[in-house]
Ligand binder design. Structure first.
Ligand code: PRX
Length: 648
């Protein structure tokens, strides 16, 4: 019988004796200990968790000049050495990465630490041969294939900054990111498999680099091994064949930039979130170890794509820093059938499984029968991330995947925080549906009202983080100081890091209520209303638009667009126009941002100062009586929109 890791006491789940026994952390003391001196606490974690070439002086363990701050200043290290070289003595032949391709007739690939080390060294030499130097930005536009981890790690070996762009993003979205980062080199692939079909990346990469500073594009041949490249395009496989086996690791400062990752904010333009090296590595190492109680024999499967922060920290870096095995899967969860994921867990003895509520809801819909086909006895810990998990999905996850024996660790964090920050630890508990938990030891969060005062018990307010700020927290917005200050610090006068999330206290634990800005979470992906509106407005036929999120049973939220066309003629081909708008969004941003519905309206409700009242549109969509019409300059627009949405 597989071990039972949780027990129910007075209606609440707690870690069982078996979990307490195997847990790295099983006493609340750790929180108190860390809170006494968080800087000392984190310094100790940094020193014991990582391999440093040079230690920092104690007085520089944490330096703060708000809104900036630095961890382990003066400390020197190389990140790839921490993921690879230091495991070679005792883990050389252990699997570092298990890659499962989507086509069933293709064999999974296992790379041991020794093999991964060799490939990373080789590719680091390839990058050097292409002129990439410490501090240069390298774009990575790859699907979930081992070469993605190799490319990322190779950048860290030579101190180059990687900027990964989600492979389902459009050419335009890639171009914008390459331009902003001034990337010199791009690493991409000819394509990948998605739902049994070949998806092209080559044409998108080709289109994206026009007008950027990209001089060379290294292409992985995923679909066609014999593909020939020319001009700026070079073959990954060919370059690797000729590259030397060893590349001396570049020493970097703890506070040097390791990567940038673009994410949606409240404006139309995505922001390049900066992560440093030493602080990020420390948080990635310890949160992976403690949240998921990662032991040497564990196989961790974090289902996120490398295009997102979760894919960086928990599908790649966290497990490798810990010398563990990470599993990555190229394809869609339900291909060819809705039991693909469970089949993978069974086949590869996955013990830690980390996914998003949207995926769980999709499987709920598919039905329990698909899960029942497979033994999931290897599972030990389940994780959830990306959006609040509703009680129904939580219970289903626990019952069907966790078989009532594995704890669910609901982790709250953000692209900006680099690693998890609010959750319960598996050896401590309690595990309560919809409650994320408490601040990771050595960090502290408060809930404030508009004036910056802590809210009363049980009241919802703004979730902020107080100093000393977590080691993994962002170190700025790439080349945009103003945006950094305005987005994260201004609201509370540089004193606290503003998460832009709402929360309230529930029995001493934090319950997250969702974003307080104009950012929505669509199937766990972050999307700004402004970003989508910009993309829609860019269409030739559109005059202006407004986007609002509505709840969706599977995807959490989906965007709905209200569009005013340039033509004043009555709309008699709405279905065609809707298709046209959706296609345009696919081109500008990618299909993940596509609106679920487009309504064509004559006018959008606006205030006298010209502000679009999205709240009223939300009221209409929710079939509520719109409020606050008095402030509108065009109240008559509301009735007309209501007729379009509700019908006459
Ligand atoms: O609103 C919060 C939500 O996701 C946002 C961050 O999104 P992103 O930068 O894409 O990173 C997602 C993966 C770390 C947060 O501001 N969020 C994330 N995790 C949770 C969550 N909301 C509730 N519960 C969570 N566990």
């Amino acid at each position: 019988m597989p071990e039972k890791y949780i027990v129910k006491k007075s209606g609440v789940y707690w870690p069982s004796k078996a979990m307490k026994e195997i847990a790295y952390v099983n006493s609340e003391e750790i929180y108190k200990e860390a809170a006494k001196d968080p800087v000392k606490f984190w310094s100790n974690l940094a020193e014991t968790g990582l391999l440093w070439e040079k230690k920092w002086e104690d007085k520089n363990a944490y330096v703060e000049k708000r809104p900036y701050f630095w961890w382990f200043k003066g400390g020197k290290l190389n990140f790839s050495v921490n993921c690879l070289d230091r495991h070679l003595d005792d883990r050389a032949d252990k699997d570092a990465v298990i890659w499962v391709p989507e086509p069933l007739d293709e064999k999974p690939v296992k790379l041991t630490y020794k093999e991964l080390y060799k490939k990373v060294n080789k590719f680091a030499n390839v990058l050097k041969s292409l002129g990439v130097k410490k501090g240069d930005v390298v774009g990575i536009y790859l699907p979930l294939i081992p070469e993605a981890s190799i490319a990322m790690l190779a950048c860290t070996r030579i101190g180059a900054i990687h900027s990964v762009v989600f492979s389902a993003f459009s050419a335009d979205a890639l171009k914008a990111r390459l331009k902003d980062g001034k990337a010199k080199v791009l690493i991409s692939a000819d394509g990948y498999y998605r739902r049994g079909k070949k998806e092209d990346l080559f044409e998108k990469a080709k289109k994206a680099i026009k007008g950027t500073r990209v001089k060379k594009v290294v292409m992985v041949s995923r679909l066609n091994k014999n593909r020939k490249y020319s001009g700026k395009f070079l073959s990954f496989e060919k370059l690797m064949k000729d590259a030397p086996d060893y590349c001396h690791p570049q020493t970097v400062n703890s506070e040097d930039i390791m990567f940038i990752l673009y994410t949606s904010g409240t404006t139309g333009k995505p922001k390049g979130i900066i992560h440093d090296t030493g602080g990020y590595a420390t948080q990635a190492y310890w949160t992976t170890k403690w949240n998921f109680n990662l032991r040497d024999k564990d196989v961790m499967w974090c289902t996120a794509d490398i295009g997102w922060i979760t894919g960086h920290t928990y599908a790649t870096y966290g497990p490798l820093l810990n010398g563990s095995t990470t599993l990555i899967y190229e394809g869609t969860p339900d291909f060819p059938r809705p039991d693909r994921w469970w089949k993978i867990i069974e086949e590869f003895d996955v013990s830690v499984f980390y996914t998003a509520p949207t995926a769980i809801r999709m499987f709920m819909k598919a039905g329990e029968k698909w899960v029942k086909k497979h033994k999931l006895n290897s599972l030990k810990i389940l994780g959830s991330v990306g959006e609040p998990i509703d009680e129904e999905a939580w219970e289903w996850y626990l019952k069907n995947i966790g078989k009532g024996r594995c704890p669910i660790i609901d982790t709250w964090w953000q692209t900006e925080t680099g690693g998890t920050l609010i959750n319960v630890l598996p050896g401590i508990g309690p595990f309560i549906p919809t409650v994320a938990g408490r601040s990771f030891p050595g960090t502290s969060h408060l809930i404030l009202d508009d004036s910056g005062k802590p809210v009363k018990k049980g009241k919802t307010g703004f979730l902020v983080q107080e100093s000393p700020f977590a080691p993994g927290l962002l170190h700025g917005v790439y080349k945009n100081h103003k945006k950094y200050v305005k987005t994260y610090w201004k609201k509370f006068n540089n004193k606290y890091y503003d998460t832009s999330d709402g929360a309230y206290w529930y029995k001493g634990l934090l319950r997250i209520t969702g974003r307080t800005d104009d950012v929505m979470k669509v199937a766990g992906h972050r999307l700004a209303t402004a970003e989508l509106e910009n993309a829609i407005d860019d269409s030739k036929i559109v005059n202006e638009s407004a986007v609002v999120p509505i709840p969706d049973k599977i995807r959490g939220q989906v965007p709905v667009a209200f569009v005013v066309l340039k033509s004043k003629e009555p709309v008699d081909n709405a279905a065609d126009l809707e298709k046209q708008i959706k296609k345009h969004v696919d081109k500008k941003l990618g299909p993940t941002s596509r609106p679920a519905r487009v309504y064509f309206v004559e006018d959008l409700p606006k205030t006298r100062s010209g502000k679009i009242m999205r709240r009223i549109l939300k009221n209409i969509l929710n079939k509520e009586e719109p409020k606050g019409l008095m402030t509108l300059v065009n109240p008559q627009s509301v009735e007309k929109i209501r007729k379009i949405v509700w019908g006459n």
